[in-house]
Write a protein that binds this ligand. Sequence first.
Ligand code: AMP
Length: 543
Amino acid sequence: MYMMDTPLTITHILRRARNFFPNNEIVSRLADGIFRYTYKDMYERTLRLASVMSEFGVSRGDKVATLAWNDHRHLEAYFAMPVMGAIVHTVNMRLSPEHIIYILNHAEDKVLLFDESLLPIVEGVHEHLKTVKVFVMMTNKSSADLPQTSVKPLYAYEELLAGADPNFPLPDDLSENDPCGMCYTSATTGNPKGVIYTHRALFLHSMASGLADSLALSESDVVLPFVPMFHVNAWGIPYSCTMYGSKQVLPGPVPTPQTLLELYEQEKVTVSAGVPTIWLGMLQILDQFPGKYDTSSIRGLISGGAAAPRGMIKAFKERHNLTILHAYGMTETTPLALASRLKPHLEKKLTDDEKLDYAATQGLLVPGLEMKIVNEQGEVPWDGKTMGELWFRGPWIAGEYYKDERTKGTFVDGWLHTGDVATINEEGYVRIVDRTKDLVKSGGEWISSVDLENALMAHPAVLEAAVIGVPHPKWQERPLAFVVIKEAQKGKITKEEILEFITPQFAKWWIPDDVLFIDSIPKTTVGKFLKRSLREDYQNLYN
Ligand code: AMP
């Protein structure tokens, strides 16, 4: 052994925060107001929670589920399970009851921690849970004041913590390859698929998120994850921030763009993260009320989960002096895999327009990972044009789905096949053209629905746009556009004007056959466009 083989664990991250940043703040927006404490307090309460879990019989390798918004108690669960050798399994509260039941039974969770406001969901599923033996409500209330419910046995979080051991002895023999986190991702059809995260994966991912040329998270940052803590661990932000001692601002139940803007101003937030839908909503508010919100503390808004439209990036920059940091990842990649930042030599030579083109790409591969873009001919050339499927491998790329037959189709010969179609240019910038299943195949040629959506959303009257391929007797498929017009412009714009706007940018056969105005694009549980539902509704348009 040439070098020390010390394990990279979540325990290390937690202890570091207590030792080096004891007085740095964590702010949590709760239903009844703002709660503040420090990493020192968070450390102590995390140990108390680990001690409670241990008393409930949770041991190494056991899973504890959470059904919760982004707040400080959820953060404590993020650390308590890993540091005791157990696994924290975050559950998406917006899934159907059937999927929530499937997930909890499939993961074999022992305990379920849930927010008080989510009690109705738990009431709807608890009778079907085979392995959950204990329910804990995350609330300020004591057990005597808990609401009447059929969910049993039910405990009150704060009461449990008050009576618990603040010096719970943490195991010092955890392996960095031990599992410590778990998340399910929705599948196109069938049940959600589970991904297990190891200490090492989350540790290295946290370091990668701090690299100056990726997201550059650091102690100077005040970070507000809008992205829910059940969506790929809020993109790892709670772990990265704790590693660096960054102030965390957790936006609590049902946050809106408005909530975020208020918190940005009050807490001097520097970095925030979410899907493009939330940024589109925020842009509308900023446009509507110029000067109302002070966003001057923000250095970057991380946009991921779906392609950040070029027009949106431009509008934020030009109208509000706000920078969108475009990043790409998936549940299977923990998630950070690509991040768009401009190389210095490009910064010097490109025009503003060209810089925007780069900002709209998903960017460069994060150090530590390996990538291939592959089509029938093999790896694609770095020409920015040839399309292939994006593959990854590396220390924070999953190797399988948890106890799931579908592993075979996605993890092949050590590579994760993402199902995303991409190009790579001569500088190494990756551009996601589409999900394989969203590409429109017309007359034997591919049309990128993402490119069309980006162009449509660059129109000043358009709030959101989604393009799908609709089966067509002659062309196999034709693109059909769905457009949501901004409130103020409703009724003042025609579909012909919309199509004229995008026509100069595309070959004629790319232009959608029709534009349908709708009130909103259906969304997935994590806020991405749900094109599957549009496809189901419109598949017989031409037949
Ligand atoms: P999820 O596991 O739910 O986070 O979904 C991952 C998928 O979201 C990826 O496979 C991509 O299709 C999509 N995605 C994530 N980030 C981006 C991005 N920046 N641009 C385009 N698509 C993205």
